[in-house]
Design a protein around this ligand. Structure first.
Ligand code: ACO
Length: 368
């Protein structure tokens, strides 16, 4: 398939609907409801950004406090969910665990079905469930639900069983902000299609989680880490990436369907990853990542997307690789559910047309 045919098949540039949530400009910037992503990452928290997406405006002090209380109250692990997590076979895919959590929440008779309430329930339960499951799978004692004030702090505390350093919390918060929303990407579009049938908020999230899992989308951060981990020096990384490119292999964490001259989120997460690598003594890993970045630019003219240095940041934070995509999912919950709200408001059922390329009309042969 040539480039033009591939772009057509991938619906590149096709406007498939309207949104007030997020804009990518002409492919060089990213704004959530008009605010530049760099400004939000520098001065706001993930919790503020989630409300911006869900309600339309950044919260004032009272609204922020009420939202934080709502999120803290939602950070629970229902005994039925906990039992289901502990009964899972070893090696269960972490994104399947995410879907299970969304589906179990949907089974409750009082399951939330309004975007903000569903976001609170999921933002409360999903990270707790993932940490509970991961620690059990590793034979580690469960420290219990964290009462830390933010999603970032609570996640690190439940994962590691100790109170995290403030700088680590801030770095994870930046990653959560950058991952929160991204227009009509594959998983968000799936969420909107599902919502357009008037399925529930939790159904839309379960569908989006399935789409996010793939390595061309959310799964790329895990693949990027597997690539970086293969090399023990920048020189080995340069040689290894050149070899992979010669074999016409995809280098995960590079390229983007919209950003052709660089993902605006990448410099922000790269600086967070650099700081983390220095604090956690992972400068060699960072140097390997930079060597891959330079080789991709020199040999392929390609830039890293958010997933590449997010992988480095997560690894520095001691987050297991199989939780990289689930953490992306936790952050994107606010974006998906804000889109569900928009889609519901439009009342439209998404049902595009197809270009038929099969055989013309023909006579039915007698049955053999
Ligand atoms: N490594 C090597 N070559 C690449 C890469 C890559 N990461 N990405 C694209 N190319 C090549 C393609 O093979 C193609 O080459 P060809 O013309 O010789 O066949 C050319 O660049 C154009 O590629 P397209 O697939 O047309 O680019 P598109 O913009 O449609 O794809 C995508 C975007 C899917 C993200 C692609 O760059 C890719 O597969 N990247 C790796 C996966 C990844 O990192 N995904 C994360 C996306 S961001 C996110 O989810 C937060």
């Amino acid at each position: 398939m040539d480039k033009q045919a591939r772009e057509k098949a991938g619906l590149r540039g096709v406007v498939a609907g309207a949104t007030a949530l997020c804009s990518v400009g002409d492919g060089h910037e990213l704004r959530y409801r008009g605010y530049a992503i760099e400004d939000l990452a520098a001065a706001r928290t993930y919790e503020d950004v989630a409300l911006l997406l869900l309600r339309g405006e950044l919260p004032a002090a009272a609204a922020r406090e009420a939202w934080q209380q709502q999120l803290a109250a939602a950070r629970v692990l229902d005994p039925a969910i906990e039992a289901a997590l502990l009964a899972l076979p070893a090696g269960a895919p972490a994104m399947a665990v995410c879907r299970l959590v969304a589906d179990l929440l949907a089974c409750a008779p009082d399951a939330p079905d309004e975007p903000e309430a569903a976001a609170a329930a999921l933002l409360g339960t999903m990270p707790a469930a993932l940490c509970r499951w991961m620690r059990a799978a590793r034979g580690q004692e469960w420290p219990g639900i964290s009462r830390a004030p933010s999603l970032a702090a609570a996640t690190l505390e439940m994962l590691h069983g100790t109170a995290p350093a403030e700088a680590d919390v801030r770095a994870l918060d930046v990653a959560l902000i950058l991952y929160a929303e991204h227009e009509f990407n594959a998983s968000t579009f799936v969420a909107r299609v599902t919502a357009s049938t008037r399925a529930s908020c939790l159904d839309a999230v379960a569908a989006a989680l399935a789409a996010l899992k793939g390595p061309l989308h959310g799964g790329a951060n895990e693949e990027a880490m597997r690539l970086i981990s293969r090399f023990d020096s920048p020189a080995a990384a340069v040689a290894g990436v050149k070899e992979l490119l010669a074999e016409k292999r995809l280098i995960m964490g590079f390229g983007h369907a919209v950003y052709k001259s660089g993902d605006p989120r990448s410099p922000v997460i790269k600086e967070a990853a650099r700081g983390l690598s220095e604090r956690h003594g992972k400068q060699e890993m960072f140097a390997v990542a930079e060597a891959i970045e330079k080789t991709m630019l020199a040999d392929k003219g390609m830039h890293p997307n958010l997933d590449f240095y997010a992988a480095v940041a997560y690894a520095c934070l001691g987050i297991p690789t199989e939780l990289f995509t689930p953490l992306f999912a936790c952050s994107r919950l606010s974006g998906w559910l804000a889109h569900v709200g928009e889609q519901r408001a439009s009342k439209a059922l998404l049902r595009p047309a197809a270009e038929y390329v099969g055989p013309g009309p023909r006579e039915l042969p007698p049955a053999a």
